[in-house]
Write a protein that binds this ligand. Sequence first.
Ligand code: PLP
Length: 439
Amino acid sequence: MSHVFARNSRSHPPRVSHGEGCYLFDETGKSYLDGSGGAAVSCLGHGDAHVAGAIRDQLEKVAFAHTGFFTSDPAEALADRLCTLAPGELDKVYFVSGGSEAMEAALKLARQYYLEIGEEGRSRIIARRQSYHGNTLGALATGGNAWRRAPFAPLLMETSHVAPCHAYRGQEAGETADAYRDRLVAEIEARIQALGAETVMAFVAEPVVGATLGAVPAVPGYFRAIRELCDRYGILMILDEVMCGMGRTGTLFACEQEGVSPDILCIAKGLGAGYQPIGAMMCSGHIHEAVAKGSGSFQHGHTYVGHPVACAAGLAVLERLVDDRVLNRVAPAGDRLRAALEDRFGQHPHVGDIRGRGLFLGLELVADRDTKEPLDPGLKVHAAVKAAAFDKGLICYPSGGTVDGKRGDHVLIAPPFIVSDHHIEELVDKLSAAFGAVP
Ligand code: PLP
């Protein structure tokens, strides 16, 4: 009997033994192609010698020094590099241990910012349905994943949810992408006015929606229009790039492709690439300045904030992405993967949509391609696909969101950036076999 409190209480997963490149191996020697980097984490694949070396070097210098007393070389260097590479005015970085912590820090900093500048009335958050911002209570409350929220609803702060930008589902017949965008932006503006602009603190969104919708980017101009709304009403824009950031969509930050820069940006998964648990909240200089000139300290913190070994790993990952140009592989490899998925599944009777950006792609599973009717909610098809794929030696990240009250299943594909053509071929073959194995 295992004493590990596993994710699934009724079954226990195999033990991982080691990883190499795009593969993980279990204790029996079976190999698994990591077609989703776990959950869009392992952007460099497994066993990267440069990152491992940087971790070892830092461990030999100092493993931990509390940020209440010290800063460290890796934290300073990683913050410098991130700010140089980030768009807009993002020039302070607050290091945490993962995505949910980054979101908690973002929400609390937004609130504290308004206190510092004397706008105490601002505390409301506008976020989107079918979004995911993490599992801690503040992040969960902000997210719009109905299934994840339901059991904890009595514990969640109030968030005002609006429609996601999901053209496949939301754009009406005969409606242009521009008209769809304008309709959604008008809904947000109406919501701001209904809540009272002077009570709204932040608009929160994932530039490309990951876990809840399956790699869904917005229609052109959507985020630019919201940036404009936020500026007009004095609301902070918080973008959650925990999953879609750090090169996953082909640019280091997904918001670069939207032509916007948020006031606060959260990153995690690809920042440590799985080598260390690390996330970060980046903020504009003016927000930091308000705190510096006001109370003087951000009223937040965790023991492992700015952990030197985690920061050394993050810095080494960034060196691989930028200096070694691994990032440059994402767009062309993404194009090849997408073409292979379209070739194999473009006419599949149960694949309604293939979408995404870079190496962040999603397939939406439907009962009927013409009506887009979601699959029977009782079947939980995405879980069956995951199990069948795993059995065949493929890791993919299926998940279900709720579409018009019915379950919408999708499969997220997010392989390491070092993926090559033979991996793509293997991925598509195994996914096809997994689909075939699900009744
Ligand atoms: N935000 C987004 C967009 C995510 O996809 C996730 C995790 O999947 C999180 C936040 C939470 O990150 P973590 O699981 O590292 O706490």
